[in-house]
Design a protein around this ligand. Structure first.
Ligand SMILES: NC(=O)c1ccc[n+]([C@@H]2O[C@H](COP(=O)([O-])OP(=O)(O)OC[C@H]3O[C@@H](n4cnc5c(N)ncnc54)[C@H](O)[C@@H]3O)[C@@H](O)[C@H]2O)c1
Length: 213
């Protein structure tokens, strides 16, 4: 399921039509601040399918949290909900910070697939001695809850069939290959080891097979 924010707006509504025509299930979030609910009927008429719709203001952090709780199968977010008039942004810059930055931050926090609150719970467990993997398991999650399907779809749409992958994570490489993308080379991303990250990196290497020396 793909979440399209601002999905009743100009670009968002066209995107929803394309997604539905390609067979994706879509949930739209829009606060109707610059669009009309009639657009939903128009999308339905064009595609023959009514997208799911939630009238939510993305500046409302709690509402965003509830949204991700309700739709647990969201595997990708296309974010169009924003204020975008240049003159208005000069007159009311705080609105623009709030609408365009806070909303994005809330989406990213909830969109981590385990949610920010669970990420903090995971850190707490790691402080008590569990490693990053065991902490996720303890909370009932798998090692990595992310789906890389959307990346595959986007690459294919752009006509890109082979890439150099900047990552140490073999699962990422496998997921992209399973989606038909050829990995020409994996370019290691090696940060500096220190007292704070050495155990974390050790777990990634030993238990998750990350390409780390
Ligand atoms: N239209 C263009 O030519 C163009 C070009 C390049 C980039 N963009 C960018 O694409 C994005 C979408 O542009 P658009 O032209 O479709 O704009 P739009 O105003 O038609 O659509 C934005 C939608 O987001 C909704 N929205 C705004 N704030 C919201 C919030 N807090 N919570 C929920 N919904 C909210 C509005 O009701 C509207 O339906 C913007 O970031 C814009 O800067 C647009």
């Amino acid at each position: 399921m793909i979440l399209v924010t601002g999905g009743l707006g100009f670009i968002g509504s066209h995107t929803v039509v394309e997604l539905q025509n390609e067979g994706f299930e879509v949930v739209i979030v829009d606060n109707l601040s610059n669009s009309s609910i009639d657009v939903l009927d128009k999308i339905t008429k064009i595609t023959g399918k009514q997208p799911l719709f939630e009238e939510i203001d993305l500046r409302d952090k709690q509402a965003v949290h509830q949204l991700f709780k309700k739709y647990t199968t969201i595997s990708g977010v296309i974010h169009f909900a924003a204020s975008k008039a240049v003159g208005e942004s000069v007159e009311n810059p705080l609105l623009y910070y709030e609408n365009n930055l806070n909303s994005l931050i809330y989406l990213l926090q909830e969109g981590r697939n385990i949610g920010l609150a669970n990420k903090l719970r995971s850190y707490h467990l790691q402080n008590q001695g569990l490693d990053t993997l065991a902490a996720n398991w303890h909370l009932g999650f798998s090692a990595d809850e992310r789906s890389f399907e959307l990346a595959t779809i986007l690459l294919k749409h752009l006509g890109i069939s082979s890439i150099q992958l900047l990552s140490n994570n073999p699962l990422k490489s496998q997921a992209l290959q399973a989606g038909g993308i050829k990995i020409d080379r994996m370019v290691p991303m090696l940060g500096r080891r220190n007292a704070f990250n050495q155990d974390y990196l050790k777990t990634k290497k030993q238990k998750m097979g990350h390409h780390l020396s």
